[in-house]
Design a binder for this molecule. Structure first.
Ligand SMILES: [Mg+2]
Length: 133
């Protein structure tokens, strides 16, 4: 059982990624539009690999291609951590809030899974569910 008042593991990763950005790229670390565009750029790099796999030029059975795809997903995730920290919310807690909302909307399906946790997403608020997924 986790204490909902404590920062999640993902929130700690957000803080770490934000610190890295401030050390390595201080001129853009606070720039939300830059971070969002950079994340989209990384998603584009992933899309380019997937495009080449889809047309048969590359294969995810090839370890090098698979690793390249995994690293692009990681680049997207790193910028996502930065963005969540810039927006000052706990991405992991927000994920579970959104997941619960989606389960209400779309059902749990045959697999069910865990119910997740509801709680404060933004600091200083009691509950905050975001918009559409
Ligand atoms: Mg990349």
């Amino acid at each position: 059982m986790t204490d909902a008042r404590l920062p999640s593991h993902i929130k700690r990763m957000q803080i770490e990624a934000d610190g890295d950005s401030r050390r390595w790229f201080p001129e853009t670390a606070d720039n939300l539009p830059f971070m969002v565009l950079a994340m989209c750029g990384e998603a584009g790099e992933l899309a380019n690999i997937v495009k080449k796999v889809a047309r048969g030029d590359m294969s995810l059975r090839d370890a090098k291609t698979r690793m390249a795809a995994c690293m692009e997903v990681t680049d997207v995730f790193t910028y996502l951590l930065d963005i969540a920290e810039l927006l000052n919310f706990d991405l992991e807690k927000a994920y579970y809030v959104k997941r619960a909302e989606n389960q209400r909307r779309f059902g749990t399906g045959a697999g069910g899974g865990t119910a997740g946790q509801n709680g404060s997403v933004l600091p200083g608020t009691s509950s905050n569910a975001g918009g559409k997924a």
